[in-house]
Unconditional design. Structure first.
Length: 380
C-alpha cells in the first residue's frame, strides 16, 4: 500500500506544524497552562482562522470534509507541541456528535461556529460509576411541559469549564445499564441548576465535574432520537480515539527525540551516555514501540470514518490498546534514561510523559480495550 501523503495532506500537516512551532514554545505553553482558561484563546482562534478546526466538517458548514488521516495529521502536530486547546473534545468528538445527530436547524446554527472556533463544545458522557461504559447512566431526563428536567452528576468533562455548550447524555427510559433509553442534550452551562467543579488533570489540563439539579432544557436541545443515541455515542468516540492516537503519536515522537538529544549531551565517565550499549538498546526499544504505534495510528485513522461494524470496532480497540501501552513504555523508559531531570516540571519531557499516561486512561484504558477486542473476536 502507498502510505505517502497527498500534496494537500502535506500542506495541512505543514500548516499545523508551523503554527505550533512559531506560537507554542514550551515556555509559552507554561504561561497558557497557568492562565484561568487553561489554554491560549489566541491559539484557539488561530486554529480556527487557518481552517484546522473546520477540517472534519462538510463544506456547507465551512469545512472541507477532511478524512480520518487529515484529522490525525493535525492532532499529531498538536500532540507534538503539547497544545492545550480543546481540538479533540470540541471539534472531533463534540462536533462529530452534532454533525451526526443534530437536526438540519441545529447543524446550520452551530456547526459553522464550531468550525471557525467561535463556539467551544465539551462532551459529558461519563459518570463516577460508569468506568467507560457509556450506557451506565444515573443521570435522568424527565419529560416536562416544553422540554426536560435533568438531574445527575457527570465526571471528567474535559474542557467543560470553558465550553459554550456541553453535550450531556441522560437516561430518558429504561434501567441504569440498558442500551435503550439513552438520549443526548445540548446544555448551556450557564443554565439555572448547573454547577461545575473545576480541577487540573494529571497532565495539567483542565476538566470539571458537572452537577445537574432540576436543570430545564427545551425540546429543541435534544440531539437525535429520544432514547436511541447510544450507537452514535460509541461511533463518535471511535473517531475521537483515532484522533487521540494521532495526538499520542506526536507526543511519543517528541519524547523519543528529547531522550535521544539528552543521551547525546549528558556526559558520564568522560563521554556521552548515548555511547553506552545498554542505553542504546533501550533507545532502540523505544523506537520499536513508536514504529508499531505509528502503524496502528494510521490504521485507526483509515477506518475512523467507515460505517460502524465489528471490524472497525476491533481495529480501534487494538489501536488504543497498543498505543496506550507504547505511550506508557516510552514515558517510563524515557524517565529512566533521563534520570531525575525527566520528572522535573520545568522540562518538557515530564509533560509528555504525564500526557501519555493521561491519554492511556481516556476513552477506555488498555484493559478495557483488550477486553473489548477479545469479545469482538469471540463474536466473529
Amino acid at each position: 500500500m502507498d502510505f505517502k501523503l497527498t500534496e494537500e495532506q502535506q500542506m495541512l500537516q505543514d500548516t499545523a506544524a508551523r503554527l505550533v512551532r512559531d506560537t507554542y514554545s514550551f515556555e509559552q505553553r507554561e504561561t497558557f497552562l497557568r492562565s484561568p482558561l487553561g489554554f491560549s484563546a489566541d491559539a484557539w482562534q488561530q486554529l480556527g482562522a487557518l481552517g484546522l478546526t473546520a477540517a472534519p466538517f462538510a463544506e456547507a458548514y465551512g469545512g472541507f470534509a477532511g478524512s480520518g488521516v487529515d484529522i490525525l495529521l493535525i492532532a499529531k502536530e498538536l500532540g507534538r507541541g503539547l497544545c492545550l486547546e480543546p481540538f479533540l473534545h470540541s471539534v472531533v468528538f463534540g462536533g462529530g456528535l452534532l454533525a451526526q445527530l443534530g437536526s438540519a436547524a441545529q447543524r446550520e446554527a452551530l456547526l459553522p461556529r464550531v468550525a471557525d472556533a467561535s463556539l467551544q463544545l465539551a462532551v459529558a458522557l461519563e459518570e463516577p460509576q460508569s468506568h467507560y461504559q457509556l450506557h451506565d447512566l444515573r443521570t435522568r431526563a424527565q419529560k416536562v411541559d416544553g422540554g426536560w428536567r435533568l438531574n445527575g452528576h457527570k465526571a471528567a468533562v474535559f474542557g467543560g469549564h470553558s465550553a459554550g455548550l456541553i453535550l450531556v447524555s441522560a437516561r430518558t427510559g429504561g434501567a441504569e445499564r440498558d442500551a435503550a433509553g439513552v438520549s443526548l442534550f445540548l446544555l448551556d452551562p450557564q443554565s439555572t441548576g448547573v454547577r461545575r467543579r473545576e480541577y487540573p488533570t494529571t497532565d495539567g489540563r483542565k476538566a470539571c465535574d458537572l452537577y445537574l439539579e432540576d436543570v430545564f432544557v427545551a425540546n429543541t436541545t435534544l440531539l437525535g432520537g429520544e432514547g436511541k443515541v447510544l450507537p452514535a455515542l460509541y461511533y463518535q468516540q471511535g473517531r475521537a480515539i483515532a484522533a487521540q492516537c494521532g495526538e499520542a503519536l506526536g507526543s511519543m515522537e517528541a519524547a523519543c527525540q528529547l531522550t535521544l538529544d539528552y543521551l547525546k549531551v549528558r556526559q558520564q565517565f568522560g563521554q556521552p551516555i548515548g555511547k553506552f550499549q545498554a542505553l542504546q538498546h533501550r533507545m532502540v526499544d523505544m523506537r520499536i514501540e513508536l514504529e508499531q504505534a505509528t502503524s496502528m495510528a494510521l490504521l485507526a485513522a483509515c477506518v475512523a470514518d467507515e460505517a460502524d461494524s465489528d471490524d472497525r470496532s476491533r481495529t480501534l480497540a487494538a489501536a488504543k490498546y497498543i498505543i496506550s501501552r507504547a505511550g506508557r513504555f516510552i514515558a517510563d523508559q524515557g524517565i529512566q534514561l533521563h534520570g531525575g531531570i525527566g520528572l522535573t516540571w520545568e522540562y518538557a519531557f515530564s509533560h509528555h510523559a504525564k500526557h501519555l499516561l493521561m491519554i492511556a486512561r481516556q476513552f477506555g484504558d488498555d484493559d478495557y480495550h483488550l477486553q473489548a477486542y477479545s469479545t469482538l473476536m469471540q463474536d466473529a
